[in-house]
Design a protein around this ligand. Structure first.
Ligand code: ZN
Length: 137
């Protein structure tokens, strides 16, 4: 596993992007992820990326997060080669999962979330990137 990205919940995507631009970082990609009800923006840095998440409907889990905790770090994403096999291994070890099977994420990736109770309170996302998309920013 290696660091893929750090997810950050935000209320205003453009305002957050200019804040990161002030740090000298640039947005490389924006996308609407219908299934999760979020608008995402990826900001690459050496060795990883920030993923800014702005909910665009009231039923988005990121909306719930913002209502409860306010803007801030939402999850850490680790890249894996074979997500299906990784999930089977975790299930065998009794690790509590949110997603029992890989599901589509941003940039044609496959993703699955591990329950925060399994990681001392940190929401961890596993990401398998498709070969043709390849570039990790
Ligand atoms: Zn993510």
């Amino acid at each position: 596993m290696k660091l893929d990205h750090i997810g950050v919940a935000v209320e205003d995507l453009n305002q957050s992007l200019s804040a990161y631009e002030s740090l000298g970082l640039q947005c490389a990609h924006r996308e609407h992820v219908e299934r999760d009800g979020v608008e995402v923006a990826f900001i690459p840095f050496e060795g990883g990326r920030f993923e800014l998440l702005k909910p665009d409907r009231e039923t988005s889990p990121v909306r719930d997060f913002l209502n409860k905790r306010g803007p801030g770090m939402h999850h850490i994403a680790l890249g894996v080669d074979n997500l299906q096999a990784q999930l089977e291994q975790l299930k065998e070890r009794g690790v509590r999962l949110i997603d029992q099977a890989p599901r589509p994420g941003a940039e044609h990736s496959l993703v699955a979330f591990i329950h925060p109770s399994a990681t001392g309170g940190v929401l961890v996302e596993l990401v398998e990137r498709s070969q043709e998309v390849g570039s990790r920013g």
